[in-house]
Design a protein around this ligand. Sequence first.
Ligand SMILES: Nc1ncnc2c1ncn2[C@@H]1O[C@H](COP(=O)(O)OP(=O)(O)OP(=O)(O)O)[C@@H](O)[C@H]1O
Length: 658
Amino acid sequence: MSESTITSRPPVQDREVLESLLKHRFFYGPSFEIYGGVSGLYDYGPAGCALQANIIDTWRKHFVLEEDMLEVDCPALTPYDVLKTSGHVDKFADWVSRDLATGEIFRADHLVEEVLESRLKGDKEARGVVESTDPAKEEKDKKRKKKVKETKAIKLDDETVAEYESILAQIDGYSGPQLGELMVKHKIVNPTTGGELEAPREFNLMFETAIGPSGQLKGYLRPETAQGQFLNFSKLLESNNSKMPFASASIGKSFRNEISPRAGLLRVREFLMAEVEHFVDPNDKSHARFDEIKDIRLRLWPMDVQAQGKTDISELSIGEAVSTGMIDNQTLGYFLARIYLFMIKIGIDPKRMRFRQHMANEMAHYAADCWDCELQSSYGWIECVGCADRSAYDLTVHSARTKEKLVVRQTLDEPVTVESFEVELQKKKFGPKFRKDAPKVEEFLLSRTECERENLAQELKDTGKIVFEVAGIDGKIELDSSFITIEKRTRVEHIREYTPNVIEPSFGIGRILYSLIEHSFWTRPEDAQRGVLSFPPTVSPTKVLVVPLSSNAEFTPIARELVSKLRRLGIQSKVDDSSASIGKRYARNDELGTPFGITIDFQTVKDGSLTIRERDSTKQVRGSQDEVLEALRSLIFDGVSWESGTSHLATFVSQDIE
Ligand SMILES: Nc1ncnc2c1ncn2[C@@H]1O[C@H](COP(=O)(O)OP(=O)(O)OP(=O)(O)O)[C@@H](O)[C@H]1O
């Protein structure tokens, strides 16, 4: 699939028609439904499972095989220590506000966003501004209006409009206290009842559990698959013959106790992730294959444009974006392009895909740069892949906590002379002075960075002592030079030891799958209820539908033989020999996204010839069995277009099929 072969379809006009199709054809549906269901949990049916499996299969070929990545599969159950060290126990939280009267809980950033958007909408109505009539947006607004009671046509002054727009453009970057201030300043209350809300407080999104019967080992269901890859770094490096750079990959379920799961598969509590951790030398983030992708043009929304409250998208080549510094480095740029190519391969509409850079206050403090691949659907622009340069953070914290060296040792071609500040402790004096805290103080001093050592050396020189604090020990500690010396020394090194940086593309498969469904959905012009899902053959749940014209017994062995030949070609097919009319059977399979149909009729019995039907155009051609099979093979595996793949076959006009 290339960009030029993807048909850009109008946004979904009526989500209910699509939702009814997805339910009816059992792509997915609420889990535990006959017990009333639990929000944010979904079961995938046969069509959804096959679609998901094909997306994953394409992902594995596109990333793991193409890039020689090392795949790992690690448990979802994760001990407390791991997630404490990674920062998830303390920081993996959203801000929530509770209605004091009803107990209803709101996610603070979503609430501020919805209320301000709705006020801006009310202002536009009051000013008589006609917005673009995007039906999907209209529907979203209608629903929001119902939910957000205060949407009224009230005119705002220009300053307030500018302020709201600026807040909305930066909504992902506010801290809890800042959201609280915004709620007070802009009088944001429970939109349905008008009730007062508590100041935002943190709510950790991880599901907590105890591992084993004693209840002593606290654990969590992982919120991402990444940690397993970091913890296995040394084994993976060894598997890669100690060669850098390299990438690991993992596909598995992650769990987040979302505050208000909504928008179907877009915000759920258990979802499939596919993540890559690409380990790279911090001094050289170039990519060996950058030239292959440097001319690919992406729709980019950089942080400075967002900070000005603007939504202007620049269409730039990756080469330009990296050379101007908009994208931090080649490896990050390389992965953004590879994400784009993957999306195109599975049939995502490039016009409904953009890359949004995280703003400085939204990015984790350690991240060098971060971009989200956002896909547009009737729910708006949704982050479907996050791609971050996480620097050396993860390996450094796990290494510090476990004392396992998670580093690369590189033999240098030429030895180098290195100058550094070295700390020497008179350990015999630490015991009597600090007693049980001595190891903590020693560890603190020995684990200072080069820059901190330099500062301490200066302090010692200037004042004859150093003064510092150590976490877990009360009060300030003072040490003079009889306890510690810090001196600049020179040594010759033959080995360079470094902690690699990590570039992490992180895919939410459910969000991608749902966006793909919307980008592929349309209804036949003659009947708005007749839905079609135009998946590319690579990901469609079934590739070929075999349709005997009637229940005539002569058709059965032909169908059986055909299916077995298709199977040998690696083409997955289904026979539909139900009593429904052929038109109905095709319509059913259009809803399932099956790209091709083969009809067996009385002519087949006579001369073995068959017809192939193409889902989107409903065109049909006729040929011998060998011709039909060869045409299907090239249509499905070689990405050949219908016109060129079947031009040598006779056009077939059926009387009663459609
Ligand atoms: N609750 C969820 N339901 C479905 N997919 C999710 C959910 N949370 C995250 N994802 C997917 O996992 C990917 C990587 O997760 P990441 O931590 O970057 O998301 P996030 O920034 O927390 O998302 P959001 O801000 O939308 O909650 C996302 O791009 C998305 O596709």
